[in-house]
Design a protein around this ligand. Structure first.
Ligand code: C5P
Length: 217
């Protein structure tokens, strides 16, 4: 049976890494829903950047096509490879306005359901266990302490050559949490039937094994 596995959690919790590893091990499709919101944000910046213009955003969301190749490593926006342009401070700043627009969410959710309709998929994000795939076969909520998440993000940004400090990254994570905790901005909630995992003192391998055990029981 090809399952639908959904995973939510805050920034830096480890969910992307866990979800990717799991998808490789199970030979499932991997869908990073955050990449969709990022691609949509890039599109709106290119179109002039008025992220409060809801009719424009709605039009863009309805007409854009976001595809994933190479099991999520490549993101195509209307056929163009934008993978290397999605994780920038500019997009991090602008994404809030995009992600809080209900009309945009509606379209993104539609695209995510289309990609996942056949099952055999691991999808991760903020609302995939509650809104996108409320009937998923397995749901996980991945969490970790703010300090640990900041450390991970800092290390990740360093390897990508981004100049920053741990203090700065921690501040950004705290700001993002604050937004993610206000319902007005973010859909992040813990589904009642989600398995909650705190990865603060786990290695990636331990976290992957933990999740894998739940999948295989
Ligand atoms: O997962 P990632 O950090 O790339 O997500 C970036 C942003 O996209 C999140 O902070 C959130 O605002 C938005 N997002 C969302 N719903 C999702 C996934 C991401 O609103 N399912």
């Amino acid at each position: 049976e090809r399952l639908t596995i959904a995973m939510d959690g805050p920034a830096g919790s480890g969910k992307s890494t866990i979800a990717q590893r799991l998808a490789e091990k199970l030979d499932y499709l991997y869908l990073n829903s955050g990449s969709m919101y990022r691609a949509m944000t890039l599109l709106s910046i290119r179109e002039g950047g008025d992220s409060t213009n809801v009719p424009m955003l709605t039009k863009l969301a309805k007409s854009c096509r976001i595809d994933f190749l190479d099991n999520g490593k490549t993101t195509l926006l209307n056929g163009e490879d934008v993978s290397d342009s999605l994780r920038t401070p500019e997009i991090d700043r602008a994404i809030v306005d995009i992600a809080k627009t209900p009309e945009v969410r509606h379209e993104m959710v539609k695209q995510q359901r289309r990609i996942g309709e056949k099952g055999g998929i691991i999808v991760e994000g903020r609302d995939v266990t509650t809104v996108v795939f409320p009937d998923a076969d397995l749901k996980f909520y991945i969490n970790a302490s703010v300090e640990e998440r900041a450390k991970r993000r800092f290390a990740e940004q360093k390897t990508r050559g981004i100049e920053t400090t741990l203090e700065q990254v921690e501040k950004e994570i705290r700001d993002r949490d604050q937004m993610d905790e206000s319902r007005e901005h973010s859909p992040l909630r813990t589904a009642e039937d989600a398995i909650v995992i705190d990865t603060t003192s786990m290695t990636i391998n331990q976290a992957v094994d933990f999740v894998l055990n739940r999948v295989e029981v």
